[in-house]
Ligand binder design. Structure first.
Ligand code: NAD
Length: 302
Protein backbone atom coordinates (compact mmCIF):
# COMPACT_ATOMS: atom_id res chain seq x y z
CA UNK A 1 0.00 0.00 0.00
CA UNK A 2 0.99 3.65 -0.37
CA UNK A 3 3.10 5.22 2.34
CA UNK A 4 2.58 8.90 3.09
CA UNK A 5 4.76 10.75 5.61
CA UNK A 6 3.94 14.02 7.42
CA UNK A 7 6.85 15.85 9.08
CA UNK A 8 6.30 18.85 11.40
CA UNK A 9 3.28 18.68 13.70
CA UNK A 10 3.09 22.17 15.16
CA UNK A 11 0.16 24.55 15.48
CA UNK A 12 -0.68 23.92 11.81
CA UNK A 13 0.83 20.53 10.98
CA UNK A 14 -0.88 18.67 13.82
CA UNK A 15 -4.47 19.57 12.87
CA UNK A 16 -3.67 19.14 9.16
CA UNK A 17 -2.35 15.62 9.75
CA UNK A 18 -5.29 14.89 12.06
CA UNK A 19 -7.74 15.70 9.27
CA UNK A 20 -5.98 13.35 6.83
CA UNK A 21 -6.10 10.57 9.42
CA UNK A 22 -9.71 11.21 10.44
CA UNK A 23 -10.75 11.07 6.81
CA UNK A 24 -9.33 7.59 6.40
CA UNK A 25 -5.79 7.96 5.01
CA UNK A 26 -2.91 6.36 6.89
CA UNK A 27 0.10 8.49 7.78
CA UNK A 28 3.55 8.05 9.23
CA UNK A 29 4.35 11.16 11.26
CA UNK A 30 7.49 12.72 12.70
CA UNK A 31 8.26 15.77 14.84
CA UNK A 32 11.46 16.43 16.80
CA UNK A 33 9.16 17.16 19.75
CA UNK A 34 7.60 13.75 20.61
CA UNK A 35 4.73 15.41 22.49
CA UNK A 36 3.50 16.87 19.18
CA UNK A 37 3.10 13.32 17.76
CA UNK A 38 1.22 11.75 20.68
CA UNK A 39 -2.31 13.04 19.92
CA UNK A 40 -2.02 11.56 16.42
CA UNK A 41 -1.33 8.07 17.74
CA UNK A 42 -4.96 7.90 18.89
CA UNK A 43 -6.05 8.72 15.34
CA UNK A 44 -4.09 5.75 14.01
CA UNK A 45 -0.87 7.42 12.90
CA UNK A 46 2.40 5.49 12.89
CA UNK A 47 4.98 7.43 14.91
CA UNK A 48 8.48 7.56 13.41
CA UNK A 49 11.69 8.10 15.38
CA UNK A 50 13.49 10.13 12.70
CA UNK A 51 13.02 11.92 9.40
CA UNK A 52 14.66 8.96 7.63
CA UNK A 53 12.33 6.44 9.28
CA UNK A 54 9.31 8.54 8.30
CA UNK A 55 10.36 9.07 4.68
CA UNK A 56 11.88 5.65 3.90
CA UNK A 57 9.77 3.95 1.22
CA UNK A 58 7.22 6.80 1.12
CA UNK A 59 5.58 7.85 -2.14
CA UNK A 60 4.62 11.26 -0.74
CA UNK A 61 6.35 13.26 1.99
CA UNK A 62 4.72 16.41 3.38
CA UNK A 63 6.69 18.97 5.40
CA UNK A 64 5.14 21.68 7.63
CA UNK A 65 8.11 23.23 9.46
CA UNK A 66 8.91 26.66 10.92
CA UNK A 67 11.33 28.23 8.42
CA UNK A 68 13.80 27.75 5.54
CA UNK A 69 16.69 26.15 7.50
CA UNK A 70 14.38 23.51 9.00
CA UNK A 71 12.97 22.57 5.60
CA UNK A 72 16.41 22.43 3.96
CA UNK A 73 17.72 20.30 6.81
CA UNK A 74 14.79 17.87 6.76
CA UNK A 75 14.68 17.47 2.97
CA UNK A 76 18.32 17.89 1.88
CA UNK A 77 20.30 17.23 5.08
CA UNK A 78 22.17 14.00 5.78
CA UNK A 79 19.65 11.22 6.29
CA UNK A 80 17.01 13.64 5.04
CA UNK A 81 13.99 12.98 2.88
CA UNK A 82 15.91 13.22 -0.42
CA UNK A 83 18.41 10.61 0.80
CA UNK A 84 15.83 7.93 1.50
CA UNK A 85 12.83 8.47 -0.78
CA UNK A 86 12.87 6.59 -4.10
CA UNK A 87 12.99 8.38 -7.49
CA UNK A 88 9.53 9.41 -8.60
CA UNK A 89 8.58 10.27 -5.04
CA UNK A 90 6.73 13.49 -4.31
CA UNK A 91 8.00 16.01 -1.76
CA UNK A 92 5.36 18.61 -0.87
CA UNK A 93 6.53 21.47 1.36
CA UNK A 94 3.64 23.35 2.94
CA UNK A 95 5.75 25.63 5.18
CA UNK A 96 6.20 29.35 4.55
CA UNK A 97 9.86 29.76 3.60
CA UNK A 98 12.13 31.92 1.43
CA UNK A 99 11.34 31.51 -2.29
CA UNK A 100 15.09 31.20 -2.92
CA UNK A 101 15.07 28.26 -0.49
CA UNK A 102 12.12 26.72 -2.31
CA UNK A 103 13.99 27.10 -5.61
CA UNK A 104 17.13 25.44 -4.19
CA UNK A 105 15.19 22.55 -2.67
CA UNK A 106 13.12 22.06 -5.84
CA UNK A 107 16.26 21.96 -7.99
CA UNK A 108 17.98 19.49 -5.64
CA UNK A 109 14.87 17.27 -5.68
CA UNK A 110 14.66 17.42 -9.49
CA UNK A 111 18.33 16.43 -9.73
CA UNK A 112 17.49 13.27 -7.77
CA UNK A 113 14.43 12.42 -9.84
CA UNK A 114 11.96 13.60 -7.21
CA UNK A 115 8.94 15.83 -7.82
CA UNK A 116 8.80 18.90 -5.60
CA UNK A 117 5.56 20.80 -4.96
CA UNK A 118 5.31 24.01 -2.94
CA UNK A 119 1.88 24.19 -1.32
CA UNK A 120 1.89 26.78 1.47
CA UNK A 121 -1.22 27.20 3.54
CA UNK A 122 -3.53 30.17 3.82
CA UNK A 123 -6.01 31.03 6.57
CA UNK A 124 -5.65 30.39 10.30
CA UNK A 125 -5.18 27.57 12.76
CA UNK A 126 -8.93 27.31 13.41
CA UNK A 127 -9.44 26.69 9.70
CA UNK A 128 -6.75 24.00 9.71
CA UNK A 129 -8.54 22.39 12.67
CA UNK A 130 -11.84 22.37 10.76
CA UNK A 131 -10.25 21.12 7.53
CA UNK A 132 -11.01 24.47 5.90
CA UNK A 133 -7.55 25.62 4.84
CA UNK A 134 -6.63 27.23 1.52
CA UNK A 135 -3.63 26.07 -0.49
CA UNK A 136 -1.42 27.92 -2.96
CA UNK A 137 0.15 25.25 -5.13
CA UNK A 138 3.24 25.73 -7.28
CA UNK A 139 4.22 23.10 -9.81
CA UNK A 140 2.98 22.16 -13.27
CA UNK A 141 3.28 18.38 -13.02
CA UNK A 142 -0.40 17.40 -13.32
CA UNK A 143 0.17 13.78 -12.37
CA UNK A 144 1.89 14.79 -9.12
CA UNK A 145 -0.84 17.33 -8.41
CA UNK A 146 -3.51 14.65 -8.86
CA UNK A 147 -1.57 12.43 -6.42
CA UNK A 148 -1.59 15.06 -3.67
CA UNK A 149 -5.03 16.53 -4.39
CA UNK A 150 -6.96 13.97 -2.25
CA UNK A 151 -4.74 14.93 0.70
CA UNK A 152 -5.28 18.65 0.14
CA UNK A 153 -9.03 17.98 -0.09
CA UNK A 154 -8.94 16.35 3.35
CA UNK A 155 -7.11 19.33 4.88
CA UNK A 156 -8.86 22.20 3.18
CA UNK A 157 -11.64 23.56 1.05
CA UNK A 158 -9.80 25.70 -1.49
CA UNK A 159 -6.93 24.91 -3.83
CA UNK A 160 -5.28 27.49 -6.09
CA UNK A 161 -2.80 26.33 -8.70
CA UNK A 162 -0.59 29.41 -8.88
CA UNK A 163 1.75 28.41 -11.71
CA UNK A 164 5.18 26.79 -11.97
CA UNK A 165 7.24 25.49 -9.03
CA UNK A 166 7.89 28.35 -6.59
CA UNK A 167 4.80 30.35 -7.54
CA UNK A 168 2.85 28.97 -4.57
CA UNK A 169 5.34 30.24 -2.01
CA UNK A 170 5.61 33.60 -3.80
CA UNK A 171 1.83 34.01 -3.77
CA UNK A 172 1.77 33.14 -0.07
CA UNK A 173 4.45 35.74 0.73
CA UNK A 174 2.65 38.53 -1.10
CA UNK A 175 -0.64 37.70 0.58
CA UNK A 176 0.93 37.43 4.05
CA UNK A 177 2.68 40.75 3.47
CA UNK A 178 -0.77 42.29 3.00
CA UNK A 179 -2.33 40.44 5.96
CA UNK A 180 0.39 41.45 8.41
CA UNK A 181 0.59 45.06 7.26
CA UNK A 182 -3.20 45.33 7.58
CA UNK A 183 -3.00 43.72 11.05
CA UNK A 184 -0.57 46.43 12.22
CA UNK A 185 -2.70 49.20 10.70
CA UNK A 186 -5.73 47.68 12.44
CA UNK A 187 -3.86 47.63 15.76
CA UNK A 188 -2.92 51.29 15.35
CA UNK A 189 -6.42 52.30 14.27
CA UNK A 190 -8.07 50.58 17.23
CA UNK A 191 -5.56 52.14 19.62
CA UNK A 192 -6.32 55.57 18.20
CA UNK A 193 -10.04 54.83 18.54
CA UNK A 194 -9.61 53.82 22.19
CA UNK A 195 -7.58 56.95 22.91
CA UNK A 196 -10.36 59.02 21.28
CA UNK A 197 -12.91 57.34 23.50
CA UNK A 198 -14.80 55.54 20.72
CA UNK A 199 -16.86 52.41 21.21
CA UNK A 200 -15.01 49.54 19.48
CA UNK A 201 -18.17 47.54 18.68
CA UNK A 202 -19.66 50.61 17.00
CA UNK A 203 -16.44 51.18 15.05
CA UNK A 204 -16.47 47.54 13.94
CA UNK A 205 -19.97 47.96 12.51
CA UNK A 206 -19.07 51.17 10.72
CA UNK A 207 -15.90 49.60 9.31
CA UNK A 208 -17.86 46.57 8.04
CA UNK A 209 -20.09 48.82 5.97
CA UNK A 210 -17.25 50.62 4.20
CA UNK A 211 -14.37 49.77 1.86
CA UNK A 212 -12.10 49.93 4.92
CA UNK A 213 -13.50 46.59 6.05
CA UNK A 214 -10.87 43.90 6.51
CA UNK A 215 -10.61 40.34 7.72
CA UNK A 216 -8.15 41.24 10.45
CA UNK A 217 -10.55 43.57 12.27
CA UNK A 218 -13.80 41.84 11.39
CA UNK A 219 -12.76 38.24 11.83
CA UNK A 220 -9.27 37.61 13.16
CA UNK A 221 -8.96 40.34 15.80
CA UNK A 222 -12.66 39.90 16.65
CA UNK A 223 -12.22 36.22 17.51
CA UNK A 224 -8.73 36.47 19.03
CA UNK A 225 -7.30 39.53 20.81
CA UNK A 226 -10.57 41.47 20.98
CA UNK A 227 -12.09 38.42 22.70
CA UNK A 228 -9.17 38.32 25.14
CA UNK A 229 -7.42 35.36 23.46
CA UNK A 230 -3.78 35.84 22.42
CA UNK A 231 -2.74 32.18 22.50
CA UNK A 232 -1.16 31.28 19.15
CA UNK A 233 -2.52 30.84 16.37
CA UNK A 234 0.17 32.33 14.30
CA UNK A 235 2.93 33.72 16.47
CA UNK A 236 4.45 37.19 16.28
CA UNK A 237 7.77 35.42 15.77
CA UNK A 238 6.57 33.60 12.63
CA UNK A 239 4.76 36.73 11.42
CA UNK A 240 8.05 38.63 11.69
CA UNK A 241 9.71 35.85 9.66
CA UNK A 242 7.11 36.18 6.90
CA UNK A 243 7.49 39.95 6.63
CA UNK A 244 11.27 39.51 6.59
CA UNK A 245 10.88 37.12 3.67
CA UNK A 246 8.65 39.59 1.82
CA UNK A 247 11.15 42.42 2.34
CA UNK A 248 14.01 40.18 1.17
CA UNK A 249 12.03 39.22 -1.93
CA UNK A 250 11.35 42.92 -2.60
CA UNK A 251 15.05 43.75 -2.15
CA UNK A 252 15.98 41.07 -4.65
CA UNK A 253 13.79 42.70 -7.32
CA UNK A 254 14.87 46.23 -6.28
CA UNK A 255 11.61 47.61 -4.96
CA UNK A 256 10.77 49.14 -1.62
CA UNK A 257 7.82 48.21 0.60
CA UNK A 258 7.86 51.20 2.98
CA UNK A 259 4.57 50.55 4.78
CA UNK A 260 5.43 46.87 5.13
CA UNK A 261 8.90 47.80 6.38
CA UNK A 262 7.29 49.86 9.14
CA UNK A 263 5.08 46.92 10.16
CA UNK A 264 8.17 44.71 10.07
CA UNK A 265 9.97 47.07 12.46
CA UNK A 266 7.09 46.88 14.93
CA UNK A 267 7.04 43.08 14.77
CA UNK A 268 10.81 43.04 15.25
CA UNK A 269 10.50 45.11 18.39
CA UNK A 270 7.50 43.17 19.74
CA UNK A 271 9.23 39.82 19.28
CA UNK A 272 12.20 40.83 21.43
CA UNK A 273 10.10 40.31 24.54
CA UNK A 274 7.15 38.30 25.79
CA UNK A 275 5.20 38.96 22.65
CA UNK A 276 7.29 36.60 20.47
CA UNK A 277 5.17 33.55 21.25
CA UNK A 278 1.81 35.27 21.33
CA UNK A 279 -0.73 35.32 18.52
CA UNK A 280 0.04 38.09 16.02
CA UNK A 281 -3.27 39.80 16.86
CA UNK A 282 -1.51 40.69 20.14
CA UNK A 283 -0.04 43.50 18.02
CA UNK A 284 -3.11 45.30 19.36
CA UNK A 285 -2.02 44.80 22.98
CA UNK A 286 1.49 45.91 22.03
CA UNK A 287 0.22 49.11 20.39
CA UNK A 288 -2.10 49.79 23.35
CA UNK A 289 0.78 49.19 25.77
CA UNK A 290 2.98 51.73 24.00
CA UNK A 291 0.12 54.24 23.94
CA UNK A 292 -0.63 53.76 27.61
CA UNK A 293 -4.13 52.47 26.82
CA UNK A 294 -5.75 49.57 28.72
CA UNK A 295 -6.14 46.31 26.73
CA UNK A 296 -8.79 46.85 24.06
CA UNK A 297 -11.57 44.24 24.05
CA UNK A 298 -15.01 43.74 22.52
CA UNK A 299 -17.61 43.03 25.18
CA UNK A 300 -19.28 39.65 24.95
CA UNK A 301 -22.23 40.03 22.56
CA UNK A 302 -21.28 43.58 21.61
P1 NAD B 1 5.06 25.65 14.83
O1 NAD B 1 6.32 26.27 15.29
O2 NAD B 1 3.87 25.58 15.72
O3 NAD B 1 5.35 24.14 14.34
C1 NAD B 1 6.54 23.68 13.76
C2 NAD B 1 6.78 22.24 14.18
O4 NAD B 1 7.95 21.73 13.50
C3 NAD B 1 7.06 22.08 15.68
O5 NAD B 1 6.20 21.10 16.23
C4 NAD B 1 8.52 21.64 15.74
O6 NAD B 1 8.80 20.76 16.82
C5 NAD B 1 8.66 20.93 14.41
N1 NAD B 1 10.04 20.81 13.93
C6 NAD B 1 11.02 21.76 13.94
N2 NAD B 1 12.15 21.27 13.38
C7 NAD B 1 11.88 19.99 13.02
C8 NAD B 1 12.64 18.98 12.39
N3 NAD B 1 13.92 19.17 12.05
N4 NAD B 1 12.05 17.77 12.16
C9 NAD B 1 10.75 17.57 12.52
N5 NAD B 1 9.99 18.51 13.12
C10 NAD B 1 10.55 19.70 13.37
O7 NAD B 1 4.70 26.41 13.46
P2 NAD B 1 3.26 26.46 12.71
O8 NAD B 1 2.49 27.61 13.24
O9 NAD B 1 2.67 25.09 12.68
O10 NAD B 1 3.74 26.89 11.26
C11 NAD B 1 4.41 25.99 10.37
C12 NAD B 1 4.65 26.72 9.07
O11 NAD B 1 3.40 27.12 8.50
C13 NAD B 1 5.47 28.01 9.23
O12 NAD B 1 6.31 28.17 8.10
C14 NAD B 1 4.41 29.08 9.29
O13 NAD B 1 4.91 30.33 8.86
C15 NAD B 1 3.37 28.53 8.35
N6 NAD B 1 1.97 28.94 8.58
C16 NAD B 1 1.47 29.11 9.84
C17 NAD B 1 0.14 29.48 10.02
C18 NAD B 1 -0.44 29.71 11.40
O14 NAD B 1 -1.52 30.34 11.48
N7 NAD B 1 0.18 29.23 12.46
C19 NAD B 1 -0.70 29.64 8.92
C20 NAD B 1 -0.20 29.41 7.65
C21 NAD B 1 1.14 29.05 7.50
Amino acid sequence: SRKIAFIGLGAMGQPMAANILRKGTELVVFDTNPARMEPLRDLGATLAASVAEAAEGAQIVITMLPATPHVEQVILGEGGVADVIAPGGIVMDMSTIAPTGTDRIAAACAARGLVFIDAPVGRLVIHAQRGESLFMVGGENDQAFEAVRPLLDKMGTTIHRCGPTGSGIRTKLVNNFMILSIAQITAEGLTLAAKLGLDIAMLKEVNAGTSGTNGQFQFNFATKVLAGDTTPGFTIDLAHKDLTLALEAANAVRIGLPAGAAAHAVLGQARAGDYAGKDFTALLDYAADLAGVAPIRLEQGA
